[in-house]
Design a protein around this ligand. Sequence first.
Ligand SMILES: [Zn+2]
Length: 287
Amino acid sequence: MSKKTKAKQTSKKDKRDVRRQERRFVSQAATNPTIVSGAGALSALLLGAGLWAYFYAKSFAEDDQLKAVPSYLIAAGAVIMGITIWIGTSSESPIRVGAPGIAVEKGELRRMAWWAVEKIRFEAGALALVITGKDEASSDWTFKVPVKAHPEAVAWIVKEAQDRIPRRVDIDDDLLEKLPAAHEHVGQRVDLEPLQVVGKKCAVTGKTISYEPDARVCPQCERVYVKTSVPKKCRCGNSLVHLRPKSLQGFDDAEEVADDEEDDERVSASDERTSTETKAAEETAES
Ligand SMILES: [Zn+2]
């Protein structure tokens, strides 16, 4: 591509779109590696000793009380080996976090766009982020990202979600402080193509985009709009004024979406109120 065409394209699109990227995180085995190799060595030792006693140590076979010892050794060795394999391998799939949302790599990529995220909360019992929303096929989807196997992915999901969809993050401030911090140089950076808008539905009109230049994308949550229906403000809270065509400027056709968003704010505000009220009630009950 010549420099000229590239420059022309980038000037048309939003800055964030140009650097459309995500980070890929491979899970870490949750157990300390020293414990894993120690358990592995122990199981090998027990199995070896058991087999040796079974085949070569005559005194075990002759003594009634010691007869069972080799089988016990072998059984214990086998059990510990099983445990070693279990704790030494992490079954958590790789996680991707970036402009297109959050994705889980389980065979193929299942992704939840930021705009499709309903709620991100933290489950203290499981020590995991719980993400609820819809996947790209619009199916309901809830998945967990455990801190132990995915500390870096958890950090980046929280960071990006706070930047992009702050109202969907339902985690207490004091808990947020305890979660891992998002470091710049973690994960594997993956460069992405611009969002494929053809076939996506406009968030206001529901119309399917059939011609790419007709679409406008919110750079924060990647909600797609038909250019003539771009509201002043996206439901994620981002201002879209710069994406509205000149013909729409000063012309208010976007009241519907703005109202939606106020509804949304009202709902979440009342949610918050209820939860504080419950908490206060609980505290009174306790004392
Ligand atoms: Zn948005």
